[in-house]
Design a binder for this molecule. Structure first.
Ligand code: KG4
Ligand code: ZN
Length: 346
């Protein structure tokens, strides 16, 4: 039994949560910065870092207050230590270090991607290692065998854009505003996915990697053609992206020996059409499909606290040192072979 305070600040959500080892989310708060970034059509790192610095302290105090707790009731402090926008990560990590020092609590430096990767186990106690994880967020698009806490084998990654990035850029091209993913999903419901011919990059290729840059360029050309409705472009884009994900994930399943489930996590896992397509794929392979509830898909602190709980449950657990440095890049599988064109992605 233990209670972990989780802190998340790697992108544009300032978040704190208290999670216990019985999978209970005792309290959680998220302050979105959407309004601050909307005028720029994307996240501005400097604005994000400043907003985290202003909001995080009061947000943590309010989260503890929601649970009727003080720092003394917490068993450990877990914070995202990377990868992400370095200014924001530093704000969260420094705050966690200060609390750990003041309260004499262990500090747990969490890889944000590990937070996403383990988040399905917070909601589903039955989910066992190993599982095949499709991790689709604004900065990442990977297929990973999750073999245990701290044990991740990357089977595939994107050679250019992340899937969430492709959604966001499509939203920008179609003038749908920010944040883009949910806006594209909404508009796609009103469109015909068969109207606009769009490419499916890497479909059928032997390795299960992803590519979305060509799809994004095709969306731009479709808009500039001036002959298509925006809703049809959105629907056609979403379908092309889903066709790619399904084909690539099917390929990875062939290499995912022993996987107990097909699992999706990360912001794009909030997309209902993406989820529905993965449900079918899992059924075709006779595997259970697991996806966290929507609030656990997009960035949140409960998944960071939960990753802390999982780390503490390891018999070999050791707290991280108070001089642990924030990491702008931090691959989950440092041994994965580099992929052509993928040098800029963590
Ligand atoms: O995991 P997340 O909150 O932050 C990162 O770690 O990147 O993911 C954010 C990404 C954004 O690109 C956002 O547009 C996308 O997830 N997203 C969606 C949906 N909700 C969020 N994409 C498609 N459909 C959605 N409903
Ligand atoms: Zn994330």
């Amino acid at each position: 039994m233990g209670i972990v305070l989780g802190i998340e600040s790697s992108c544009d959500e300032t978040a704190a949560a208290l999670v216990d080892s019985d999978r209970r989310i005792l309290a959680q708060r998220i302050a979105s910065q959407d309004d601050a970034h909307r005028p720029y059509g994307g996240v501005v790192p400097e604005i994000a870092a400043r907003a985290h610095a202003e909001r995080l302290g009061p947000l943590i105090a309010a989260t503890l207050g929601d649970a009727g707790m003080g720092l003394g009731d917490v068993d450990a402090i877990a914070a995202t230590a990377g990868p992400g926008l370095i200014g924001g990560v530093m704000v969260g990590l420094v705050t966690a270090k200060a609390l750990a020092m003041a309260g004499d609590k262990p500090l747990i430096a969490i890889n944000h991607l590990e937070g996403h990767a383990l988040s399905p186990r917070l909601a589903d106690a039955a989910l066992q290692f190993p599982y095949l994880l499709l991790l689709v967020s604004g900065g990442h698009c990977q297929l990973l065998m999750v073999e245990g806490v701290g044990r991740y084998r990357r089977l595939a990654t994107t050679i250019d854009d992340a899937l969430g990035e492709a959604f966001d850029k499509t939203a920008k091209i179609l003038g749908l505003g920010f944040p883009g993913g949910p806006a594209v999903e909404r508009l796609a419901r009103e469109g015909d996915a068969g109207k606009v011919p769009l490419p499916r990059p890497l479909l059928g290729s032997a390795e299960p990697h992803f590519s979305f840059a060509g799809l994004k360029s095709a969306v731009l050309r479709a808009r500039d053609a001036g002959t298509y409705q925006a809703a049809d472009i959105a629907a056609s884009f979403q379908q092309a992206a889903i066709d790619c994900i399904i084909d690539r994930t099917r390929r990875a399943l062939a290499a995912a020996e022993g996987a107990t489930a097909l699992v999706v996590a990360g912001g794009v896992a909030a997309n209902q059409s993406v989820r529905a397509a993965l449900v079918d794929l899992a059924a075709q392979h006779g595997l259970p499909f697991v996806a966290p509830p929507l609030p656990l898909c997009t960035d949140n602190a409960a998944m960071i606290a939960w990753a802390g709980v999982e780390r503490m449950a390891d018999p070999a657990f050791a707290a991280d040192p108070l001089d642990f440095a924030a990491r702008p890049r931090w691959p989950l599988d440092p041994d994965a072979a580099p992929v052509r064109g993928a040098g800029v992605k963590a």
